[in-house]
Ligand binder design. Sequence first.
Ligand code: UDP
Ligand code: MG
Length: 319
Amino acid sequence: MSNPQISIIAPLYNETESLPRLITRLNAVMDKSPLTIEVVLIDDGSRDNTAVLMQQLALTDRRYQCIFLSRNYGHQIALTAGIASACGTEALFIIDGDLQDPPELLTEFYQKYQEGYDVVYAVRKKRKESLFKRMAYSLFYRLIRSISYVDLPLDSGDFSLISRRVADILKQMPEESRFIRGMRSWIGFRQIGVEYERDARLDGESKYSFGMLQRLAYNGIFNFSEYPVKIITRMGMVTISIAAIYLIQTLIKRFVYHDVPQGFTALLFVIVLFSGVQLIALGLIGEYVLRIFFQAKGRPLYVIREVIRQQQRQPLPGH
Ligand code: UDP
Ligand code: MG
């Protein structure tokens, strides 16, 4: 059996409600498509019935390969595991497992791939999510775009089609704190955005907690920008300038006008203010140091508990 042309990759964390519907839609896509397609599902340490459903699926349908991680590692790592074991020779189609990213768009994305694009990423036209979440996302993407050294497209997530060579480069990037949409932009080649309307989640709740979203945002900011550290330098310069002006003013008052310097409260205020500024500065540097710390350990990014697939794949070059 030769390798499929396309791998569809979907990470799943407690998606018992969505999974049957996902399978129905994926099957429909595969049945209609002239391409040979495999589906790679990754169980990110689900605590519900997701893993059981996946096991049955992998044993009954040869087109599915299912990977079970040893615990919950988070969306980005689950995706990484999926990309690592995808066998698609032409392209990898990355979607969410909750059907917010319509798998039917494969045809349109693949067409762009055939036109010569290595990365076809989805751009959200409209989000059917809460106002708060929409505003937070919108702010985040604009912030990160303005400070990042890679050209990050606005309003696009991990939903994309990437060519085999881009996938192979991603696999060579051992970054521990992963922000795949940023890494994808960094790789370069020809990239293009396709607009789509992001559906609301049909079943269940978002599996991203506030803490996880914050970590994702931090990964985006600290892994793709040196701006925070530059801000510290600038703050330092501004502070020194203010201090110098103040010193000159005090000296003039003392020696020209013979005033006694006053302002105990002002002094206290300035001390408190700049202690705060220094703590923030330390925290920002700490963020980078922490990243070095975790990366220096060189641990594997994830541990696989089990892989179930019926078809033997041919080893890809470089494996
Ligand atoms: N997900 C995962 N591990 C996690 C959290 C989420 O594999 O720790 C999966 C989840 O099952 C879904 C996808 O990542 O298929 C996107 O997550 P979610 O829909 O919760 O995020 P949102 O769409 O709200 O950003
Ligand atoms: Mg979702």
